[in-house]
Design a protein around this ligand. Structure first.
Ligand code: CA
Length: 280
């Protein structure tokens, strides 16, 4: 065991955790302010546009000892009927009407160019109505031979508006990473941070980090508002993902560059979030 590099920074990080899943021994959250069990959403078989919500999680399992720390979530197949698993958002994420900031951290072990079976894959997508209508996510797109890793923070749209297009152009609230260089058997740390969402002002921003490095930022001349009903909002995980994911956490503020660096480095010095203090 090597001592923590920076215990005070780590302590500040731990205090801001709102949800944490170690995936060490169970497919559920270890800690959170809301529902910790996964549910599955599938398309209704006959009613177009309708969804069926069920408890449980086919095609996902714990891979004991295979994680970046302890066990990991292993996704072995794509669910039928556009099925996706999710943690309910209420209590587990710091969303607040009128303005909020936050961060998301996860470790992934995947080769997106060889392991995925579908055009698109979202390791995480937080949304009520869809990726382009009040959605925070990162995904792998359908580019060949190298998929892009992309972050998106798409504001909610009101009736009659069209969603903002997914694009590399400046109008689109995205970060694009070309050839992210991910390989099966290697763990990589992905962090999304966002500030001043849902303020109604054009002061929102967001950023994507891989392995402690800033990959790009989102700053727009329009407000970035999710406008969620938390009871209908899901933290969708491993959507069309095939591979391993581990140590997933949400934070109630944007982590700083330094914190993200420490978080990344300290994991390699046997730091895990299992020491998250009780928030009760
Ligand atoms: Ca784990």
């Amino acid at each position: 065991m090597v001592a923590l590099q920076n215990p005070s920074v780590v302590g500040d990080i731990l205090k801001s955790v709102t949800f944490y899943a170690s995936f060490d021994s169970a497919l559920k959250g270890d800690f959170g302010g809301g529902e910790l069990n996964l549910s599955t959403r599938t398309n209704h078989k006959t009613e177009k546009g309708a969804f069926v919500f069920e408890k449980g999680f086919p095609a996902f399992r714990i891979a004991p000892g295979k994680g970046v720390s302890g066990g990991a979530l292993e996704a072995v197949d794509v669910l039928p009927d556009n099925g996706r698993i999710f943690f309910p958002a209420r209590g587990n994420i710091s969303y607040k009407k009128g303005g909020w900031s936050g961060a998301f951290s996860v470790w992934i072990n995947v080769d997106p160019d060889t392991q995925l079976k579908t055009g698109f894959c979202d390791p995480v997508q937080i949304t009520e109505n869809g990726a382009g209508n009040g959605g925070i996510w990162f995904d792998f797109n359908d580019a060949r031979p190298n998929r892009n890793l992309r972050m998106g923070t798409f504001p909610a749209i009101t009736d009659g508006m069209r969603p903002i297009q997914e694009s590399r152009e400046a109008f689109s609230p995205m970060v694009w990473v070309d050839k992210p260089g991910l390989k099966a058997g290697e763990w990589h740390h992905v962090v999304l941070v966002w500030r001043n969402f849902d303020t109604g002002k054009a002061d929102g921003s967001a950023a994507l980090y891989i392995d402690g490095k800033l990959m790009g930022e989102i700053r727009k001349d329009y407000p970035i508002s999710m406008d969620w009903d938390l009871d209908k909002t899901g933290i969708y995980v491993a959507v069309n993902y095939i591979g391993l994911m581990d140590e997933m956490a949400f934070f109630n503020r944007a982590l700083t560059d330094e914190e993200i660096n420490v978080y990344y480095l300290d994991f390699f010095f046997s730091f895990t979030l299992t020491s998250v203090p009780s928030h009760s």
